[in-house]
Structures are given as structure tokens and as C-alpha cells.
Ligand binder design. Structure first.
Ligand code: C5P
Length: 251
């Protein structure tokens, strides 16, 4: 699937549904349906309450990003991707370091399963290097490249193997777009409004800066969850995205 440049600004806002249980997640889905483009379900929530949270998102005609970062032998990840397609995931991800065969088989399996049941294939993203790892950590694992080199190397491998994009930190957006082309989707967390606390994010960009740097989607959690008026926060972020798109002529 090509990177559709004609998405509405709101479609580019991914809300990190980082809730500990079903009830709290459901309350957020009720509050933010229509105000965000996708709900990102990660390992904590999925492990706590399973597929029913994704079914609930889909029941409300909202989009779901299944952020489970699959990494296993190719057959296992391909079957997991088929299950994600049946569940209705609009976006899911795999670790690029799972290798070319894993990524390729998974991309093919997801596309075939989507065709079989007559749905649009989900966007498959690759995770390159976790932002919690620095150059010294990579060396210790046994990788000889530094983090930036690894990100580019793994993103290129992912693209060649059928992934449609990557999850990348703000500092990598521009480089990835330059090296891998505009059609390769970049999804970026680490987003903060200019006056907000960074929390545990080490380097942040505003929605405007991230989109201007080339991000196709931004992932936002606490700046929406921990303010008094989350719907208003979403509107501000979407306006920020719209302004950046207009300024860079990508709308
Ligand atoms: O609350 P906050 O906006 O920092 O949430 C960001 C979301 O993006 C969280 O779900 C976090 O796990 C995720 N994420 C991240 N950094 C990465 C990859 C994912 O913050 N490199």
C-alpha cells in the first residue's frame, strides 16, 4: 500500500492507549473516539485484556494500531499477523531484527489474509532500534554499528522485505525520509506540546515540528491523558498537524 498523502490531519494522530485494564481503556475510547486517528494498543493493555479491546475499538468504527512488536520465527509471526488482520488491526508492527524472511513472510501473509476476508491490508511497520538502547548497549549486545547506522540499516532491510514504514524517534525522521524516500511511512512518538513536561522522553518535538520533519503519523499519550481537557488537547494537536502540513504543502 502506498503512503496516502491525502489523509486528514486527525488521521495522523495516534493515541497511545496505555491503560492498565479494560475499564480504563474503554473510558478513553469513549472519550476520544472521533478525536484521534488510531488507538495504539500495546503489550500492557493487550496482555491484561486481550483481543476484546481491539474488537471494542473496531465496533465503534475507530482504527487500531496493534503495537505488539512481533519477533519470532517467520511462520509464527506470519500466523500472528493473520490473526491481527482477522481482529481488524489497521496497523501492526514487527522487529526489523527478526530478519528479511520474517518480515517478507509476514507482509505476504497479512496481504493474503486481508484479500481472503475482503478487508484493506493493515499497514505493517518495523521497529528498528529501541530508543531505550544507546551505542554502548548495542555494542554489548554484539552489534558493531552505532544506533543511527543500525536504524538506517534495519529500516532499509525492512523496506526491501515488504514493510511499509517504521516507528522512529524524532531525531531520525528527516534522515529516514532522505535515505528511504517519502513513501516509506514514519510513525513518531516522543511528541510534546512546547509548554508540556517531557516526562521520560529524552528528545521531543512538537506535533508541528515532527510533521514538518516528515512524520506521517505521531504517537501521543501523556500529553492527552494527563491534561484536564483531553478533547481540547487533541484539537490543538490536530491543528498543529494541519498547520505543519499546510506549511510544507503536504496536505
Ligand atoms: O505518553 P507518551 O506520549 O510519552 O507515549 C508515547 C507512546 O509511544 C508510549 O506508548 C510509548 O511506549 C511509545 N513509544 C515511545 N518511544 C518509542 C517507541 C514507542 O515512547 N521509541
Amino acid at each position: 500500500m502506498k503512503n496516502t498523502a491525502t489523509r486528514r490531519p486527525v488521521d495522523r494522530l495516534i493515541f497511545a492507549l496505555d491503560a492498565p485494564d479494560y475499564a480504563q481503556a474503554l473510558a478513553w475510547i469513549e472519550t476520544l473516539s472521533g478525536h484521534v486517528g488510531l488507538f495504539k494498543v500495546g503489550k500492557e493493555l493487550f496482555t491484561a485484556c486481550g483481543p476484546k479491546i481491539v474488537e471494542e475499538i473496531k465496533r465503534r468504527d475507530q482504527k487500531a494500531f496493534l503495537d505488539l512488536k512481533f519477533h519470532d520465527i517467520p511462520n509464527t509471526v506470519a500466523r500472528a499477523a493473520e490473526a491481527a488482520v482477522r481482529l481488524g488491526a489497521d496497523m501492526f508492527n514487527v522487529h526489523a531484527s527478526g530478519g528479511a524472511a520474517m518480515i517478507r513472510q509476514t507482509a505476504d501473509a497479512a496481504a493474503a489474509e486481508a484479500a481472503r476476508i475482503g478487508v484493506r491490508p493493515p499497514l505493517m511497520l518495523a521497529v528498528t532500534v529501541l530508543t531505550s538502547l544507546n551505542d554502548a548497549d548495542l555494542l554489548r549486545i554484539g552489534f558493531q554499528k552505532n544506533a543511527t547506522e543500525m536504524v538506517i540499516h534495519l529500516a532499509a532491510l525492512a523496506r526491501e522485505s515488504g514493510a511499509q514504514g517504521v516507528v522512529a524517534s524524532p531525531r531520525e525522521i528527516a534522515l529516514l525520509k532522505k535515505m528511504l524516500g517519502d513513501d516509506f511511512v514514519v510513525v513518531t512518538p516522543g511528541i510534546r506540546m512546547s509548554d508540556a513536561p517531557a516526562d521520560d522522553q529524552k528528545r521531543t518535538l512538537t506535533p508541528y515540528e515532527a510533521v514538518q520533519a516528515g512524520a506521517d503519523y505521531i504517537v501521543v499519550g501523556r500529553p492527552i491523558r494527563s491534561v484536564k481537557d483531553p478533547e481540547r488537547a487533541c484539537r490543538e494537536i490536530v491543528q498543529n498537524i494541519a498547520d505543519a502540513l499546510a506549511a510544507s504543502d503536504r496536505s
